[in-house]
Design a protein around this ligand. Structure first.
Ligand SMILES: [Zn+2]
Length: 468
C-alpha cells in the first residue's frame, strides 16, 4: 500500500503531465472505481481542464476548471500511467482520461480497491473521510492539540497514529520508523504520551517523511516519464521489516508483535513499554532462585504463573497423556511424568519434538492466565523463554544469576554424580549467556534471602515507575 511519501511522489509526477491539459473524453472500464456513477462521472469532468494537483494525507486532489474537484485514493495497488493515444491501455486500466495532447492517463488498479469521487472546491474538504483527518506533521503548529486529543484515547499509540485522526500521513511502515526514532513502545497507551514525546513524534515524522519523499523523487527520475508512477522505492528503513535483526542503535534483537492486527517491529531495549499491564518473564539457570523471585512478586500482590507448574498440570490431562503415549509408546504403568523422564533418558532425541508439542500449550496457558487477571504486573517464570520463542510475549525480562559453586551447593550434588550434572548445567548456562543482552534486569543471587528480596523489590519499584 502506498504511504504518504509515495503519494506525494505520484502527485509531483502527475503535475507536469496533467496541468493545463483538457480532458477530451473519459473511459470508465470498472464502474466501482467511480462508485458506480459512470455517466455522471464522465459528464462532470469531460471538457474540463486540470488547473493543479494537491494532496491531503493519502488523497490526491485534482483541481479543474469551473470549481470542479476530483478526489482520488490509490488504496492498495492503484497507479497512474501516462501513455500515447496509439499505445494499448495497461493491463489493469480502470479509468482512462484522454487528454488534448494526444496522450492518455490510465488509472491502473489490479485489485480495484481505489476510488475516484466527484466533488467541488467548496465541499471537498468537508467529505467524511477527509474532514476527520488530523493535520500533517509538516503543518502542526500546536502540539497541545495532539495532547488533548490523545488524552481521551487508551488505545496503543501505534493504532492512534494509524487512524490518521491525530496526525495524518503515517501508514504501517512509517509509524514503525517514527516510533523507533522517537524511542516509544508501539503499545504505549496514547494518553500516556507526554507533550515532549509528541514534539519528538512530530519532529521525527517530518524528518522521516521528508527523507522518503526526497528518495522517491530521486528514484522516479530514472523512470520513463509518466510510466509506472506507483512510487515504490527503497528507503533506508531501520525498524519496519527488521524482525530478528539487530537494532542499529543498541544491537538488541528487534522484536515482532501484532498491534490490533498490524505487524509491528520494535526494539525492546530502545522502546520501553509504559502503562499497565506490564508482562514480566523470569529466566535463569537450574536452582538459580527463579521461584524465590516469583514468590516475592506473588507476596507483593501481583499475578504470578510458573511454567513448571503448568507443564506438570498439562501432563496430568488425559488427552495429553493419550497423545504422548501414542506418539512415544511410553510405559504408562508408572507415574506419567516419571514415564516421560525415563523415556527421555533412553531416547534423548525425542526431547526436541516433545518440546515443540508442549511449548505452545504452555504459552497458551500463560496467555489465558494473563488475560483473566487485572493485575498491573503479570509475572511468569519461564526457564526456557528464548528456546520456546516466548520473549515476544513479555515487556520486561528478569534474569536470575548464580555462580556454579552456589548452584551445586543448592542442588546438593554428591561427588560421583557431579560430572554428569555439570555437563547438563553447562548447556543451560551457555544458553543463558547467549541471551544476556536481551535481559532487562539481572539479579545476582549469590547472597542470602533478604538480599534477594531487596534486589527484587528495587526492580519492582523501577518497573512500577513505568506505569505513571
Ligand atoms: Zn535498540
Amino acid at each position: 500500500m502506498p504511504e504518504l511519501p509515495e503519494v506525494e511522489t505520484v502527485k509531483r509526477v502527475l503535475e507536469p503531465i496533467v496541468i493545463g491539459r483538457k480532458i477530451n473524453n473519459i473511459d470508465v472500464l470498472r464502474a466501482t472505481i467511480v462508485n458506480n456513477q459512470t455517466n455522471a462521472f464522465i459528464a462532470y469532468f469531460k471538457g474540463e481542464e486540470f488547473i493543479s494537483v494537491s494532496r491531503i494525507g493519502k488523497f490526491i486532489i485534482f483541481h479543474l476548471t469551473n470549481n470542479k474537484v476530483l478526489i482520488s485514493h490509490l488504496r492498495m495497488e492503484g497507479k497512474y500511467i501516462e501513455l500515447l493515444e496509439n499505445e494499448p491501455n495497461t493491463k489493469y486500466a480502470r479509468v482512462v482520461f484522454h487528454l488534448d495532447n494526444n496522450h492518455k492517463l490510465c488509472y491502473d488498479d489490479s485489485r480495484s480497491f481505489g476510488r475516484m469521487v466527484i466533488s467541488d472546491e467548496n465541499s471537498f474538504r468537508k467529505g467524511k473521510e477527509i474532514a476527520k483527518l488530523g493535520p500533517e506533521p509538516f503543518n502542526v503548529t500546536d502540539v497541545n492539540q495532539m495532547l488533548a486529543k490523545a488524552k481521551r484515547l487508551s488505545l496503543p499509540i501505534k493504532t492512534a497514529l494509524l487512524s490518521q485522526e491525530i496526525i495524518t500521513g503515517l501508514g504501517n511502515i512509517y509509524v514503525d520508523e517514527v516510533l523507533f526514532a522517537s524511542k516509544i513502545h508501539p503499545l504505549t497507551p496514547a494518553k500516556m504520551i507526554t507533550k515532549k514525546e509528541w514534539e519528538t513524534i512530530i519532529k521525527e515524522s517530518c524528518r522521516i517523511l521528508n527523507e522518503a519523499i526526497k528518495a522517491g523523487g530521486s528514484t522516479i527520475k530514472s523512470y520513463h516519464p509518466g510510466k509506472d508512477i506507483d512510487g515504490n522505492f527503497q528507503t533506508s528503513l531501520k525498524a519496519y521489516g527488521k524482525k530478528d535483526e539487530k537494532c542499529v542503535e543498541c544491537h538488541t534483537k528487534m522484536r515482532f508483535i501484532k498491534v490490533n492486527g498490524r505487524g509491528t517491529t520494535f526494539c525492546p531495549h530502545c522502546q520501553i513499554k509504559k502503562g499497565a499491564p506490564l508482562r514480566i518473564a523470569i529466566v535463569g539457570r537450574i536452582a538459580s532462585g527463579k521461584t524465590g523471585v516469583l514468590d516475592i512478586f506473588n507476596k507483593a500482590g501481583y499475578l504470578t504463573v510458573s511454567s513448571d507448574e503448568i507443564v506438570h498440570e498439562l501432563y496430568q490431562r488425559k488427552e495429553i497423556q493419550e497423545k504422548l503415549i501414542k506418539k512415544y509408546i511410553l510405559d504408562h504403568n508408572q507415574d506419567f511424568l516419571s514415564a516421560v523422564r525415563e523415556h527421555l533418558k533412553v531416547k534423548s532425541k525425542d526431547l526436541e519434538s516433545l518440546e515443540k508439542f508442549i511449548h505452545p500449550l504452555v504459552k497458551k496457558e500463560i496467555e489465558n492466565a494473563f488475560k483473566k487477571s487485572h493485575s498491573q504486573l503479570l509475572v511468569a517464570e519461564v526457564p526456557l523463554l528464548f528456546k520456546a520463542h516466548m520473549e515476544n510475549m513479555f515487556d520486561v525480562i528478569i534474569g536470575v544469576d548464580i555462580s556454579e559453586k552456589k548452584q551445586l551447593e543448592r542442588l546438593n550434588i554428591r561427588d560421583k554424580e557431579k560430572s554428569a550434572f555439570l555437563k547438563r548445567i553447562n548447556d543451560v548456562n551457555n544458553y543463558f549467556d547467549e541471551h544476556r543482552s536481551e535481559i532487562d534486569f539481572i539479579i545476582d543471587n549469590n547472597e542470602d534471602m533478604p538480599s534477594l528480596a531487596n534486589k527484587t523489590h528495587s526492580i519492582i519499584n523501577k518497573v512500577l515507575d513505568r506505569l505513571n
